[in-house]
Design a binder for this molecule. Structure first.
Ligand code: RIB
Length: 311
């Protein structure tokens, strides 16, 4: 059976500057290159899912402008069904300013634009499509009221809901979102934003995951960058180590991970196995510049895993 994924989320044009290191406050530095690429956590996750072989639909909003048209084309070209993406005549398409350092680390500032106007119309579109999804994926770059409404609908319909805690704030906790989703997946800084617990090693990850479970999260999957990923859930825990790589640009590594996790769960793979493949997808996304251009397809993930197995 072909896995079916519904993504409700953000769509951005990424404006990317490469430079040796990010400037300090008040400092002006020379960058080495500028480029634009499709981005937005939702759109990245949708493209990741489609490239990995899922029948993928996306619900979201762009502006009625050139960036919006280009981003919809990118999604459609990757095989994502874009019929539930609308163009808002009163807002610009979302943009993200991304500074990528020589180390591959990034710093991102998002201006939401049309993403911030996602509302009950998108909830209704998601509701109509939930019946045809094995997994619904969301992040936190669209209004939290929408994320909450879709999570509640998914729960009612028995559809697995994977919430990537990208752009997390404490409001997520105040709204009770951890208890509404099937899987909550923050990275280190997002886990710290949600729990107040510093996550810089496995012990910190365990403590933060336990805290998120106390907040009602059923399954917690932490993205730990160079340390891999960590799962704590009803049936146990697992640390899945990362694949060693030298990153060019870590942008969208988390989205590649989330997309791959969603697809593998939709295929019925158990969490720790799905995480190993998601770690591979995340590693591959670090090897190329830009969010959407870096997202791997299924054959690339298979080849990477086969190579890693050989040692
Ligand atoms: O996760 C990476 C994404 O975050 C970028 O593509 C940017 O648009 C922001 O949404």
């Amino acid at each position: 059976m072909v896995p079916r994924v519904l993504v409700v989320g953000s769509i951005n044009m990424d404006l990317i500057v490469q430079c040796p290191r990010a400037p300090r406050a008040g400092q002006t530095l020379h960058g080495t290159a500028f480029t634009t690429a499709g981005g937005g956590k939702g759109a990245n996750q949708a493209i990741a899912c489609a490239r990995l072989g899922a029948r993928t639909r996306m619900v979201g909003r762009v502006g009625n402008d050139a960036f919006g048209a280009e981003l919809r084309e990118n999604l459609a070209a990757a095989g994502v069904d874009t019929t539930a993406i609308s163009a808002d005549p009163e807002a610009a398409t979302g943009v993200a300013l991304i500074v990528v350092e020589e180390t591959g680390e990034n710093r991102i500032v998002v201006v939401s634009g049309a993403n911030g106007r996602v509302d009950e119309q998108e909830v209704a579109r998601a509701e109509a499509l939930l019946g045809e999804a094995d997994v619904v994926v969301m992040a936190l770059e669209v209004p939290l009221s929408v994320v909450k409404a879709v999570a509640m609908l998914a729960r009612e319909r028995g559809v697995r809901c994977l919430l990537d805690a990208g752009a997390a704030t404490t409001e997520v906790v105040d709204l009770g979102l951890p208890a509404l989703v099937s899987i909550l997946s923050p990275n280190e800084s997002e886990a710290e934003a949600l729990t107040g617990i510093r996550v810089d090693d496995l012990e910190g990850a365990r403590r933060a995951a336990r805290r998120l479970r106390e907040m009602g999260a059923k399954e917690v999957v932490l993205k730990l960058g160079a340390q891999g990923s960590y799962w704590l859930g009803d049936e146990g825990e697992a640390h899945v180590p990362a694949f060693p790589i030298t990153p060019v640009d870590t942008t969208a590594a988390g989205d590649a991970f989330t997309g791959c996790l969603a697809v593998e769960l939709a295929r019925g793979r158990p969490l720790p196995e799905a995480m190993e493949r998601a770690n591979a997808a995340g590693a591959l996304a670090c090897l190329r510049l830009g969010a959407q251009p870096s997202l791997p397809g299924g054959a690339e993930v298979e080849a990477f895993l086969a190579e890693a197995e050989k040692g």
